[in-house]
Design a protein around this ligand. Structure first.
Ligand SMILES: *Cc1c(COP(=O)(O)O)cnc(C)c1O
Length: 360
């Protein structure tokens, strides 16, 4: 069976070394030494000033929304994982979708301004599949209208834009370390912010608002993560460069093998050092996409329709339909890509796709 992704797992001995320490200290959660060490290692790896480790990438979005005190309308993208939108709804905000750019699949910054109203409180955009949003232009628009920007960087670990971590851009960036992501801590996520006050506030929010045992600074929630999860992160972070390098090789191999089929591909922004976290292709129409999926499934190969459906179509929201997001979400397939995937397996996947497309 070839799934769309498989989590990288470190050698068991390496994880066990961290467990021995946990058993000695008997400190399991609440800002323990491994959580602290992971926060420092991640900031150092990315060249960031700080990082706040949280239980997952969804609570990261919710804490970011809460810390900025967002209310009313938030301009966002319809082409993302549902958590980008549902966390807005969960925090009492109204998502206002702006259609995506047909080439980059990120929010179309040219359409942002016309969606701004007196009720707009922020912009929440996703770096889709790790492809940088037009962060410079979005920041100009945001400054002009005095709006904060949150980036959902769930896919963007290790991506650099203009020589800096992509997480440097925006008021807050969030990340996910879920087991399906490029770098994972089983469950996990976090926030980055260069605004010291915001960062401090999110630190209180992560732990019920505690500032010491008896003082509550902010309304808080439980967004903490455990020593066991941090241990997985510490073991995995040593391998990230190697994981990205392997994905680059696989990604280029797909490019090479599929080139004569002429699939439309996501256009990666210039000045980007990419992380190859997904391998999406666009088929001609939904019919071809479903056929491709079922042919591959028959051979025990399981690509995924990321992202489908377009978030304009989720039932608990009323939204106008947005043609580009809906069109792309019907035609996109993410092909398997992960550290252990072999060159032979990529070859097999490409041969199956080729044989059915050239016979169709
Ligand atoms: C995975 C993901 C999330 C949610 O992260 P979790 O850690 O699973 O809560 C949010 N946004 C996007 C774009 C994602 O892919």
């Amino acid at each position: 069976m070839i799934p769309v992704t498989k989590p990288y797992l470190p050698p068991a001995e390496e994880y066990n070394k961290y467990l021995e320490g946990i058993w000695k200290r008997q400190w399991l959660t609440n800002n323990g030494p491994l959580v602290n060490e992971l926060e420092l290692k991640i900031a150092e790896f990315l060249g960031m000033k700080n990082f706040l480790y949280l239980s997952n990438g969804t609570i990261a979005l919710q804490i970011a929304i809460k810390a900025l005190g967002l209310k009313g309308e938030v301009i966002t993208t319809p082409f993302s994982y549902v958590a980008t939108t549902s966390s807005l709804v969960w925090e009492g905000c109204k998502p206002v979708f702006v259609d995506i750019d047909p080439r980059t699949w990120n929010i179309d910054r040219k359409k942002i301004e016309e969606a701004i109203t007196p009720n707009t409180s922020a912009i929440l955009a996703t770096h889709v599949f790790g492809n940088p949003c037009d962060v410079i232009k979005i920041s100009e628009i945001a400054n002009k209208h005095n709006l904060p920007v949150i980036y959902d960087g769930a896919h963007a670990f290790g991506v650099k834009f203009l020589g800096k971590s992509l997480f440097e851009y925006g008021d807050i960036s969030t990340v996910s370390f879920h087991a399906t992501k490029l770098f994972h801590t089983i469950e996990g996520g976090g926030v980055f912010s260069n605004n010291k006050d915001l960062f401090k506030k999110m630190g209180f929010m992560r732990n019920f608002g505690h500032d010491g045992p008896e003082v509550f600074r902010e309304v808080g929630i439980n967004g903490k993560n455990s020593e066991f999860h941090a241990a997985m992160g510490l073991a995995n972070i040593k391998k990230v460069d190697e994981i990205i390098a392997k994905r680059k090789i696989l990604s280029e191999l797909y490019d090479l093998k599929l080139t004569d089929l002429g699939f439309e591909k996501q256009k990666i922004s210039k000045e980007t050092t990419f992380n190859y976290s997904y391998y999406p292709i666009l088929l001609d129409n939904e019919e071809a996409t479903l056929l491709c999926l079922s042919r591959l499934n028959k051979s025990q190969i399981f690509p995924r329709r990321y992202f489908y459906p377009s978030l304009t179509q989720i039932p608990y929201l009323e939204s106008d339909s947005l043609p580009i997001s809906e069109n792309i979400s019907k035609r996109v397939l993410c092909l398997p890509i992960y550290y252990e995937l072999s060159v032979e397996e990529v070859d097999l996947i490409c041969r199956i796709i080729k044989s059915f497309l050239t016979n169709a």
